[in-house]
Design a protein around this ligand. Structure first.
Ligand SMILES: NC(=O)c1ccc[n+]([C@@H]2O[C@H](COP(=O)([O-])OP(=O)(O)OC[C@H]3O[C@@H](n4cnc5c(N)ncnc54)[C@H](OP(=O)(O)O)[C@@H]3O)[C@@H](O)[C@H]2O)c1
Length: 307
């Protein structure tokens, strides 16, 4: 089917939650969902940044139905409280797992529980959130979990025996392995839901290469310096704004023909309209998924049973 990212199907009546929704791809996906008529829950760690994003969407999308909930994905209590707020809803059609550290620290850092910080932020908090939000997803016909992967998955190994990067930390490894882990999780989640007979599906996407300097300026949401605009525009041939970077996640969330286990990304790999894409063999591997799952349960201190 052809898909026009600027003519979305109506999403009136749907409720969609987006993590890390106050900036970047999460913000623009939220705005696009709101424009399609969905009720959008922006799950953000900072109340002021969340409020700026809510105001921006209301300014840009008259009549938008949006609200914010607090969520710091590295804080287990915050994740549990956010999940509780979601489970109280009548329905949750899409849970978009987007929050992330995209520029990891040069030196290995850990969260309050001793987990490597990039893994904790990009993967473990989302694993726990999805596990705890399953009751509301389960009771919503056709609900989807959409996980933000990356092209970085093409360019790195996956050290399952050193997931906490105690032996081989550098900022690139930390980012790439976190995105590989999130993709493995997304595909494994779908397999487990199918095996359990669940009506929920899990899709994985990547946004190509999307920079803030190529993204519309929005007060309180995206205000790149002139230098950043200049530098990012030098890469215009192979990059796009984060407004377009949101397109593959929006398609995976709203396309009635999209199915669990599928992978979407920009048609021209790093930029462009969203289309089916091919994920790496490692991230699709059943064997890798089966090995990763118990590690995620252990590190997040969260059982995730389906069925
Ligand atoms: N941009 C790309 O080209 C690209 C490519 C591949 C994959 N991705 C993926 O797409 C997602 C979004 O990327 P982006 O470029 O839009 O990044 P971004 O502009 O840096 O936005 C990241 C968002 O995550 C939030 N966040 C970070 N740590 C958090 C925490 N502990 N708890 C809750 N929220 C937290 C940030 O909130 P604060 O404002 O509070 O920090 C912000 O809202 C990421 O998962 C990234 O890996 C992006």
């Amino acid at each position: 089917m052809t898909w026009d990212p600027e003519a979305l199907p109506h999403a009136v009546g749907k409720t969609i939650a987006v993590t890390g929704a106050n900036a970047g791809i999460g913000y623009f996906a939220s705005e696009q969902f709101a424009r399609a008529g969905a009720h959008v829950i922006l799950a953000c760690r900072d109340p002021e940044r969340a409020e700026a994003a809510i105001s921006a969407i209301r300014r840009r999308v008259p009549g938008a139905s949006v609200e914010a909930i607090l969520l710091d994905v590295t804080d287990r209590e915050s994740v549990a409280a956010a999940a509780e707020a979601l489970v109280e809803r009548e329905r949750l059609d899409v849970l978009m797992l987007n929050a992330g550290i995209v520029h990891p620290p040069k030196r290995r850092a850990t969260d309050a529980y001793g987990n490597e910080l990039v893994l904790a932020t990009n993967v473990l908090g989302h694993f726990k959130l999805a596990a705890l939000a399953m009751p509301v997803l389960d009771r919503t016909a056709g609900a989807r979990v959409v996980s933000l992967g990356s092209l970085a998955t093409l360019l790195a190994r996956f050290p399952l025996d050193d997931l906490q990067l105690e032996k081989s930390y550098n900022s690139w490894n930390a980012y790439a392995q976190s995105k590989i882990a999130l993709q493995v999780f997304g595909f494994e989640l779908d397999r487990r839901m199918r095996a359990a007979g669940s009506g929920v599906s899990s899709l994985v996407v990547h946004p190509g290469y999307s920079t803030s300097g190529r993204t519309p300026g929005i007060r309180g949401v995206n205000q790149p310096s002139r230098l950043k605009r200049f530098a990012d525009n030098l890469q215009a041939a192979w990059t796009q704004g984060k407004d377009h970077g949101a397109w593959s996640a929006v398609r995976a969330s709203l396309d009635p023909d999209a199915q669990g286990g599928q992978y979407y990304g920009p048609r021209e790999v790093t930029k462009g309209a969203p289309a089916r894409a091919r994920a790496t063999r490692t991230t699709r591997s059943r064997r890798v998924g089966a090995r990763l799952w118990p590690l995620l349960e252990e590190y997040s201190d969260q059982r995730f049973d389906l069925g």
